[in-house]
Design a protein around this ligand. Structure first.
Ligand code: NAG
Ligand code: NAG
Ligand code: NAG
Ligand code: NAG
Length: 484
């Protein structure tokens, strides 16, 4: 182990000294291979395996005579085992780093792969690229040879990886990370994956998987991340999620899940991200969601959930930063207790049937960066300060409400985008600029191109177009002034 670390990380000076010691050893009559001896078979296997992925041109024995020692292969790591030999423990190929070995157009899973008897990590990124020219399926047999060793299987961004997930994956009993992200896998989730009770991370997002989450998955007591978003999973959000008591992130967005949010969800006391957006969930906001006391991101948008916001104790969500409840068929008014969610940064209630007025106390949320209430039936006067409108710009979205929403205009600008000034303000202020402002901002507006949020494991990003716009304007004004 120590030798490996030195040989990897050493500076040239250290390497030089190291070589001197090596030469000295050789002079003393020892074989140079004693530096990091490998089983000759293991050495041939790793050459073959890499060739299988990278292509026949790659001549390992030429370039890397000592793969676990002074000629390390990019993406390959080794460890010293009790029998005194070095074995390959990590194979990480594909477009990861600048100097990574890239897979060839006809890359396959080499048969010899399963002979790497101490392999702990297999990671292939953008390795199988063409589902038409080189469709590759996951091997069916062989995985059982990895049952004692393999801890991480990571296959990411492989559009050419097609077919089903073989049930033999369930023999990888040491697996802690199973990441099959953004491939072209089809079929149902194998029940046998439920045998992988050491799993801490199960990511199946961005494939074409169908069917229900098997009940056997209730055995994952150590699971931290479950992400099966962007598939075609159906059925209900299974009650077994309640048995994933350590879970931090649950992302099942962009599937076709139906039914209610299960009561058992409330058991996930450590959950920080819940994203079930873009499904077909119904039945209103479950009482139990208030027990998700660690939540930072709650994204339930784009479900016909219905009901109202009044039955939920919003003030108990002391850690929530993102609350996305857009397009859920919500009715009734916006409760005052939402204004007590002190960590809120992003609040989206857009495209519901909410009515009543908006509390001016929303302005007192110290972290609020975006507030979307457009596409509702809100009424009354918006009494936020000019600072609030100025700070949020178009990230305060209140357009497409019905006629009865207006803002109280104390000054001319800034004003909320595409909201009318309240009637008496028009008559009070000699009118012209306010009315003009309103008319100017009436034009059509593509909301989607403006606020681009991407949720999920990677958290979310605000699109600061407005900020950039204002900076541009300031710069232009500055330059203009300078040129005179
Ligand atoms: C790799 O190089 C070795 C030594 O130069 C040579 O004997 C062998 O034929 C080469 N293999 C391939 C596949 O080119
Ligand atoms: C999802 O399932 C529906 C109906 O079962 C089907 O029409 C659709 O093509 C599927 N989509 C994908 C991406 O598999
Ligand atoms: C708001 O909507 C609810 C249900 O749709 C209705 O009962 C209530 O009267 C409405 N309130 C106002 C102020 O329009
Ligand atoms: C909005 O509310 C008004 C009065 O409260 C009501 O007359 C109208 O039908 C509502 N519009 C929608 C689209 O719900």
């Amino acid at each position: 182990m120590a030798i490996r670390i030195i040989s990897r990380k050493c500076t040239q000076a250290v390497c030089f000294m190291f070589l001197m010691v090596l030469l000295f050893c050789v002079c003393e009559g020892q074989d140079s291979s004693s530096l990091s001896p490998m089983d000759e078979k293991e050495k041939q296997v790793i050459y073959n395996v890499i060739q299988g992925f990278v292509g026949k041109w790659w001549n390992g024995s030429d370039l890397y005579p000592d793969p676990c020692g002074w000629t390390p292969i990019q993406g390959v790591s080794c460890e010293l085992y009790d029998d005194g030999f070095w074995y390959v423990t990590v194979v990480n190929l594909g477009q990861v780093f600048d100097n990574s070995l890239i897979c060839s157009n006809d890359a396959k899973f080499p048969e010899q792969l399963f002979k790497l008897k101490h392999l702990k990590v297999l990671s292939l990124t953008s390795c199988f690229l063409s589902p038409n020219k080189n469709p590759v399926t996951l091997p069916i047999s062989g995985w059982e040879k990895f049952s004692e060793s393999l801890e991480s299987l990571i296959l990411r961004s492989n559009p050419g990886l097609v077919g089903t997930i073989p049930s033999t994956i369930g023999s990888l009993r040491s697996l802690q990370s199973l990441v099959l992200l953004e491939n072209s896998l089809t079929g149902e989730l194998p029940r046998s994956i439920g045998n992988l009770v050491k799993l801490r991370q199960l990511v199946l997002a961005g494939n074409n998987l169908v069917g229900e989450v098997p009940i056997t998955y209730g055995r994952f007591s150590e699971l931290l991340i479950f992400d099966a978003s962007r598939n075609n999973l159906s059925g209900s959000l299974p009650p077994i999620v309640g048995s994933w008591s350590s879970l931090l992130k649950l992302d099942l967005s962009n599937n076709v899940l139906e039914g209610l949010l299960p009561m058992e969800l409330g058991r996930l006391k450590h959950l920080t991200l819940l994203d079930v957006s873009h499904n077909k969930l119904i039945g209103g906001l479950a009482e139990t969601i208030k027990e998700l006391v660690s939540l930072k991101d709650m994204v339930l948008s784009n479900n016909p959930i219905g009901g109202d916001l009044l039955g939920t104790k919003w003030r108990s969500f002391t850690k929530v930063e993102t609350l996305d409840l857009s397009n859920m068929g919500l009715e009734g008014s916006v409760p005052e207790s939402i204004t007590e969610m002190k960590r809120l940064r992003f609040l989206d209630l857009s495209n519901n049937n909410l009515n009543g007025s908006l509390s001016r106390n929303l302005e007192n949320l110290p972290c609020l960066k975006a507030l979307h209430v457009n596409g509702n039936n809100l009424t009354g006067r918006l009494e936020f300060s000019q600072e609030f409108y100025g700070k949020l710009g178009r990230r305060f979205a209140a357009w497409n409400n019905n006629e009865n929403l207006c803002y109280v205009a104390k000054q001319v600008t800034p004003v909320p985008y595409s909201v009318k000034p309240c009637l008496q303000e028009i008559t009070n202020s000699e009118g012209v600029s306010t009315v003009e402002n309103f008319e100017m901002s009436e034009g059509s507006y593509d909301e989607d191109s403006f606020v681009e949020t991407s949720f999920g494991i990677s958290s979310f990003v605000f699109n600061d177009v407005w900020l950039i716009l204002s900076v541009n304007v300031v710069l232009t004004v500055l330059l203009w002034n300078l040129s005179f």
